[in-house]
Every structure is written in C-alpha cells, then in structure tokens.
Ligand binder design. Structure first.
Ligand code: ADP
Ligand code: ADP
Length: 226
C-alpha cells in the first residue's frame, strides 16, 4: 500500500492540446479515489501515466514517496483492472489468477495459498478449474480482480471495470469492489463515467474536464451541498 502524489502532471500527445493539463492530486495511503468526467477529458491518460503505460510530458509522479517518472511498469508494483478483463482463454481460472506470480517464479506452495485466498474472497473457489469461456461476465471480472489481488500491489487502478456488465451485475460487483477494497485497504484509483459508481464507491471524487482537474471532494461535497 502506498500514497500516490500527482504533481503538476502534463501529457501532451504529438498533436495539439494537452490531454492532461497540470493535474495535481494527493491520494492518501488506503484511499479510494474515483476519476470522473466526460469522454475524452483525460481519465485514461492519467491512469495510464500512473501505471507507466504512457510517458509523462512534465510534472512528477510519486508512489509511496518514490519518484516513478522514469520507472517501467513492472517496477511500479501496481495492479490494473480493465473493462475487457484481459484473461487468457487457454488457462484455467486458477492459472489466470496465478499468472503474475508465475512470472515472478513464486514457489508453488505460495501460489496455491494465495490463489485459494483470493478465490475465497471473490467466491470463485468452485470455478478454479474452469476456463474463462465458461464463466459469466461477473465471474470473469472477479478473476481479473483476483489477479490484481495476488500481486499484493501497492495500489489498484481500475479503468471502467464494470462497463461491459448488465445493470444487475454491475450493482453486485460494485458492492463487492467496495467490500474488497475496504477489507484489503489498498489505495485505489477508479475511472468511471457511471454516476452511481462515482457516488457510492469512493472516499473522494476527482472531476476532470478537458484535461483539467475541476473539482475534488466527497460525493456529499460535490453533489449534495449547494
Ligand atoms: P478519457 O479516458 O477521459 O475518455 P483519454 O485520456 O482517453 O480520455 O483522452 C484524452 C484526450 O487525449 C482525448 O482528446 C484523446 O483524443 C486524446 N488521446 C488519447 N490517447 C491518445 C493517443 N494515443 N494519441 C493522441 N491523442 C490521444
Ligand atoms: P510481460 O510480457 O513481460 O508481462 P508486459 O509489458 O505485459 O510484458 O508487462 C511487463 C510488466 O509490466 C508486467 O510484469 C507488470 O508488472 C507490468 N504491467 C503491465 N501491464 C500492467 C497493468 N495493466 N497493470 C499493472 N502492471 C502492468
């Protein structure tokens, strides 16, 4: 777990206006922050700069007090969950969850222990030997979350993880993500354009517009008070 300091971050793609324009935000250790704003406002770009999948044009990014600007994604110890799950179709649920540990040559015994713990938390125990094609959308999303959990990452980054699910499942998964984040206490940045997710999930909401950070506050501060 770690605090994330975003200091005057700018992302300028080769053409034109900055996609992220001088954004500063201090995210506390264990805090759950929602990034909202209209399509094209820079949410994904900001998230991708945090993970390291996008170069920073200027500004500073610190995670756990350490400057990350030049660090490769693999050296940041962050776990990202996408809307399209990114599961391996030929691997079982067990091996999909185990994958990040296999890359790091974690001993088998430890792999089994951590996968079982994650499966327990995510109600996937009965599905560990199945392949993704035989799972529901919600179950697939849980597998993707399982993979994020077993990394013991410093932070979770979610990029619209529920937007491919139907309304009922979205509601269930929302509850589950909130419970899990609370239980694990892992610093979380969560991108969504869904108002309900923004209102119910996070400690604070950060509103982006045209690359600028417009407002930051709790749901009450942003939506209820005049
Ligand atoms: P959001 O996630 O809020 O929809 P993005 O971060 O994807 O917004 O995009 C922010 C802006 O940056 C948009 O104007 C988009 O067109 C532009 N953009 C995103 N990715 C690229 C890219 N690879 N090259 C050039 N422009 C991009
Ligand atoms: P590799 O084939 O070596 O995994 P990648 O470029 O897919 O190459 O990933 C390299 C490392 O970068 C991964 O081991 C992981 O630590 C990190 N990484 C890549 N994508 C993500 C992501 N979406 N979220 C968090 N970390 C990532």
């Amino acid at each position: 777990m770690a605090a994330i300091s975003i200091r005057n971050l700018v992302k300028r793609y080769s053409d034109g206006f900055p996609a992220v324009n001088d954004v500063s935000l201090e995210i506390a250790d264990g805090e759950f922050v929602i990034l909202v704003g209209p399509s094209g406002c820079g949410k994904s770009t900001l998230l991708r700069m945090i993970v390291g999948l996008e170069d920073i044009t200027s500004g500073d990014l610190l995670i756990g007090g350490e400057r990350m600007n030049q660090k490769a994604p693999r050296d940041r110890n962050l776990a990202m969950v996408f809307q399209n799950y990114a599961l391996y179709p030929h691997l079982t649920v067990f091996e999909n969850i185990a994958f990040p540990m296999r890359l790091k040559n974690v001993p088998n015994e430890e792999v089994t222990k951590r996968v079982n713990e994650a499966a327990d938390l995510l109600q996937l125990t009965e599905h560990l030997q199945r392949k993704p094609a035989h799972l529901s959308g919600g179950q697939r999303q849980r597998v993707a979350m399982g993979r994020a959990i077993v990394r013991k990452a410093d932070a979770f980054l979610f990029d619209e993880p529920l937007s491919n699910l139907d309304a009922k499942l979205r509601g269930q998964m929302r509850t589950e993500i909130a419970r899990l984040q609370h239980q694990l206490g892992t610093t979380t940045v969560y991108v969504t354009h869904d108002q309900t997710e923004a209102m119910t999930l996070g400690d604070r909401i950060a509103v982006l517009r045209k690359g600028l950070l417009q407002q930051v506050g709790s749901a009450r501060q942003l939506y209820e008070e005049p």
